[in-house]
Design a binder for this molecule. Structure first.
Ligand SMILES: [Zn+2]
Length: 83
């Protein structure tokens, strides 16, 4: 499990779509990797926010999700520049 893989599975992880083994692999990575843990926490909060604001339906509109992802990447880029 490396950072790329952990980040690429963030949504499956948060949606509970992963198997137990896969989840533990990611959880283990998050425990050792600060940047990934932060990014997961950020996306988890965002996901909760989106789900709450879209309480009429179970699905988040793809367009909204794309926009949020763009924001996340922006944030991530700004956040890592001073490392
Ligand atoms: Zn990582």
């Amino acid at each position: 499990m490396n950072c790329d893989k952990a980040v690429s599975e963030v949504y499956s992880f948060l949606d509970g779509e992963l198997t137990g083994v896969r989840r533990s692999q990611i959880e283990w990575h998050l425990r050792r990797c600060g940047p990934c843990a932060q990014s997961f926490q950020f996306e988890e909060r965002l996901l909760l926010l989106v789900k709450r604001s879209c309480s009429d339906s179970d699905e988040v509109p793809a367009e909204l999700f794309d926009r949020l992802q763009a924001l996340i990447h922006q944030e991530a880029t700004e956040g890592t520049s001073g490392d």
